[in-house]
Design a protein around this ligand. Structure first.
Ligand code: ISE
Length: 337
């Protein structure tokens, strides 16, 4: 007999609501048993659509609700640390949306709590690692198919940015994906960051430094350049070209749909990350549910979340000062090697 994993979902905004829907429709073996959000009306509305789920305005209370065996954290980044520490105290497996925490000091406190437990219980939602195209590129690089990688040329474009987006968030909320992807694809740490920005696009809301060019240097001598443009207008686009000593490989060109109409033939560009990475989100959640049911996790860990936060912090200094900024990393504990 197989039992169903009871999940508490913390945060019912865009990502939280998407995960609740996913757990109900695309992922077997799990169900949402508790939801939490500071917005009392919203959380009651979400819980009302879920049979037997309790609604909470306090995230910690949701973790203690009957039947909770794992936690999905999708609240805003600054609220993550409290929920993560409470989940670790209860030894509950966690899937935490990126960023793990907004700053490396908070990530280190989470790392310390998990290290004390002596086993990995927290997975960070860097979903690109579960995308089929990214997996193929990782396989190619690992096999040595294009030789030692020297460059990753990355483009990350959003149709438009939400009203609350700041110039720093282009790095901490958006480029953080390329930071994790680059660390994972290359198997190297990022050692320094430089940020350049052209005259802002006229589509950028007042004062937003959009687009930016973020340069990452890595411990193995590779260079990663990221064009981040969050008000490009035409849709959602994420591309990577890896250039090695013996070849190059590019992902992210696949059109969502080829349309032929009114005498023209064209590729339709997805408008949003929940569309472009829909399969990756599904696979991430399925793999996490399967691992959580066994009491563990199966994906990027707290060290990955901490390293990304440390690179973000250096990136924010580079953006503010206009200078190349070294990344300061603590020593990697044996639990994460
Ligand atoms: C958003 O939070 C994401 O995670 C998306 O993948 C990214 O494209 C977007 O820029 C972020 O704001």
């Amino acid at each position: 007999m197989t039992s169903t994993l009871g999940i508490a979902v913390i945060g019912t905004g865009k990502m939280g609501a998407d995960h609740v829907r996913r757990i109900g429709h695309s992922v077997g073996g799990a169900r949402v048993v508790a939801v939490a959000d500071p917005d009392g009306d919203r959380v009651k509305e979400v819980a009302a659509g879920l049979e037997g789920a309790s609604a909470h305005t306090d995230p910690v209370a949701a973790l203690s609700a009957p039947g909770v065996g794992a936690v999905l954290i999708a609240s805003p980044g600054p609220a993550h640390e409290e929920a993560l520490l409470a989940a670790l105290e209860r030894e509950l497996p966690v899937l935490c949306e990126k960023p793990l925490t907004p700053d490396p000091a908070a990530a280190l406190r989470v790392l310390e709590a998990e290290r004390r437990l002596g086993r990995r219980l927290v997975q960070v939602g860097f979903m690109r690692r579960f995308d089929a195209e990214y997996e193929r590129l990782k396989g190619l690089l690992d096999s040595g198919g294009i030789g030692r990688p020297m460059f990753l040329h990355c483009r990350h474009r959003n149709a438009s940015s939400p009203s609350f987006f700041t110039s720093s968030m282009l790095i901490s909320d958006s480029v953080v994906h390329e930071v994790d992807a680059a660390r994972w694809l290359l198997g190297q740490e990022v050692t320094a960051v430089t940020v350049l920005s052209p005259a802002a696009s006229s589509a950028a809301p007042g004062g937003l430094r959009d687009p930016q060019l973020v340069l990452l240097e890595t411990s193995g001598g590779a260079i990663v350049d990221v064009e981040i443009f969050v008000n490009c207008g035409f849709g959602y686009q994420v591309q990577v070209e890896a250039v090695g000593e013996a070849g190059s490989a590019r992902i992210g060109d696949a059109g969502a749909m080829v349309v032929q109409a009114a005498g023209r033939r064209y590729d339709e560009v997805p408008q949003d990350f929940t569309v472009r990475f829909a399969d990756a989100y599904d696979r991430q959640l399925r793999r996490w549910v399967a691992a959580a049911a066994r009491g563990g996790v199966d994906g990027p860990d707290v060290w990955d979340g901490y390293a990304a936060a440390a690179v973000s912090e250096a990136g924010l200094t580079a953006l503010r000062t206009g200078t190349r900024t070294a990344v300061e990393l603590a020593e990697r504990p044996p639990l994460y090697r």
